[in-house]
Design a protein around this ligand. Structure first.
Ligand code: GAR
Length: 186
């Protein structure tokens, strides 16, 4: 079985969904988070997946996180609600093996500072008629790696950012595990 490590900074609903859907086909070795109080860490405990919390120094000024990934014989890295740029040492060690999900139709509503709720608020403020998800490979720039998959949902004039978030989450839960499975098992 392939070894997957998940990075997450927030609630972790995608991380939990991916693990529940793929746990019989993939070995989830670790959840890494840069936030000590992230709810994803409680989900990990429930799912019996080990966790490590790291800081900027571990990530950007040392090989600490890279060493953890190598020691675990990691095949793929999944970013599920992780907001920091991945440093070059990790990108070089895992070329085309790091996957991210973004809650909009990139290249729209991407880039630094565009994440989670902020994306859905901007979509509503700009009166977009559709939004969706983008699953892409990660490179050295925010939200600019090769797109693997996109799915759309309609946005109605009466929708609030929460309504859009709900529709986008539904797409994420349906497609993120499918795309990961296809990428790593083919
Ligand atoms: C997800 O909607 C994901 O697309 C988004 O954060 C949310 C995490 O939710 N990611 C980004 O905005 C990355 N730029 P979760 O913690 O409940 O899975």
């Amino acid at each position: 079985m392939k070894n997957i490590v998940i990075f997450a900074s927030g609630s972790g609903s995608n991380a939990e969904n991916i693990i529940e859907r793929l746990k019989d086909k993939v070995n989830f070795t670790l959840i890494l988070s840069n936030k000590r109080d992230a709810y994803v860490l409680q989900r990990a405990e429930k799912l019996k997946i080990p966790t490590v919390v790291f800081d900027r120094k571990n990530f950007y000024e040392s090989d600490d996180v890279l060493k953890i990934l190598i020691d675990l014989q990691t095949d793929f890295v999944v970013l599920a609600g992780f907001l920091w740029l991945v440093p070059n040492n990790i990108l070089r060690a895992f070329p085309n093996k790091i996957i991210n999900i973004h809650p909009a139709l990139l290249p729209k509503y991407g880039g630094k500072g565009m994440y989670g709720e902020r994306v859905h608020k901007a979509v509503v403020e700009n009166c977009e008629t559709e939004s969706g998800i983008t699953i892409h490979l990660v490179n050295e720039k925010y939200d600019e790696g090769q797109v693997l998959f996109q799915a759309k949902c309609p946005v109605f004039p009466t929708d609030s950012p929460d309504d859009v978030a709900h529709k986008v989450h539904e797409l994420e839960y349906k497609y993120f595990p499918e795309v990961i499975e296809k990428l790593i098992l083919t």
